[in-house]
Design a protein around this ligand. Structure first.
Ligand SMILES: [Zn+2]
Length: 169
């Protein structure tokens, strides 16, 4: 039997209490949903110093051969991708980030502070994506914002793709 919307909401909120899936929180970081276009982000629950590990990004391992992960899947090596679980999945991109993504074990990445991060600050890293037709505009608000969520050296290519997309419309 199909769940009614109301019952689904009720059951899900009970599940969320146990799993903390969408409302992740520990002594180091927490997920906050600011609603609207900004959506969810990960925030520091305490101060972090440059070079300090914020948290280990674990998740589902996806074979590169049968790759059908989301756009958020992180490249680990030639054979494997990491589909990050919460809170890793909610870390936003910034063109002027306060963290770096670093592979720290064979199967996990670490989010590392690259500057002093005060409690309550949103943490983010530079996604360094390749230019693709589906790449969104960047709204990170940084003074040096590149305009698209792609790596610095992919901007030229991204602009060409965006130009073609405009013409096709
Ligand atoms: Zn930006």
């Amino acid at each position: 039997m199909e769940l009614s919307k109301k019952r689904r909401r009720k059951l899900q909120s009970a599940i969320d209490l146990d799993y903390g899936y969408r409302r992740y929180e520990d002594r180091d970081v927490y997920v906050l949903d600011r609603g609207g276009k900004v959506g969810c982000g990960v925030f520091a629950a305490r101060q972090f110093f440059p070079g300090e590990l914020l948290f280990e990004i674990t998740g589902q391992l996806i074979s590169a051969k049968s790759y059908d992960g989301s756009t958020y899947a992180m490249h680990l090596d030639d054979d494997w991708y990491l589909e990050p679980s919460i809170p890793g999945a909610f870390v936003n991109h910034s063109c002027s980030p306060n963290c770096d993504l670093l592979q720290i074990t064979d199967v996990t990445n670490g989010l590392i502070a690259t500057c002093n991060i005060e409690a309550g600050t949103e943490v983010c890293f530079d996604y360094q994506w390749e230019a693709q037709w589906w790449i969104p505009r960047c709204r990170c608000g940084a003074r040096n914002c590149r305009g698209w969520v792609v790596a610095e050296n992919e901007i030229k290519k991204m602009k060409r793709i965006a130009e073609r997309k405009k013409k096709a419309r």
